[in-house]
Design a protein. Structure first.
Length: 171
């Protein structure tokens, strides 16, 4: 059996669901962090790439890294992962575990949050890929095709679940 992108995406989705069930309040912070990371990456990804490769190429190539190996995708992934990591590590104090409720419905909502976090992050990463690489992944994976074709719904779905589940509602 040859591993495909579908297996990778399914494993990532499964891990995100388990993460959501284990760390109840963290899954919401991760979801919100993914939104913030997408916004910051879209605003600063190309700009930072140009700064690193154009204006300071001489200094960076001598001191830190070879700027010939840096791509826009690499810069976007570093920014995305950095912002997501900072928010996920520091944002847990913003949400109280009691606000997520208890019982079967709470577990279902946490599973949805975990799955939607995975789809949001995977969709964002696919959105950062150059078109030629995206075409290769798109043709080789049914799940990636779904994430690309329905990217707008992937962005909206977590918000709809939050609204429907009553997250953040006052008691």
């Amino acid at each position: 059996m040859v591993p495909t992108w579908d297996i990778v995406l399914l494993a990532f989705g499964g891990a995100s669901i388990v993460y959501g069930l284990m760390l109840r309040e963290r899954v919401i912070v991760t979801l919100l962090g993914a939104y913030a990371a997408i916004v910051i990456t879209n605003i600063w990804g190309v700009a930072l790439y140009e700064i690193v490769t154009n204006q300071s190429a001489a200094v960076l190539s001598e001191q830190l890294v070879n700027t010939n190996n840096i791509s826009v995708f690499t810069m976007q992934m570093v920014i995305f992962a950095g912002v997501l990591l900072i928010i996920a590590l520091k944002g847990g104090v913003l949400i109280h575990p009691e606000s997520l409720g208890t019982g079967v419905m709470s577990m279902i909502v946490l599973v949805l949050y975990g799955l939607l976090s995975a789809t949001l992050i995977a969709s964002a990463i696919l959105g950062f890929l150059p078109q030629d690489q995206l075409n290769v992944v798109y043709e080789g994976s049914n799940i990636a095709r779904y994430l690309v074709d329905y990217q707008n719904w992937v962005l909206i779905a977590p918000l709809l679940v939050m609204l429907v589940s009553g997250w953040g509602s006052r008691e």
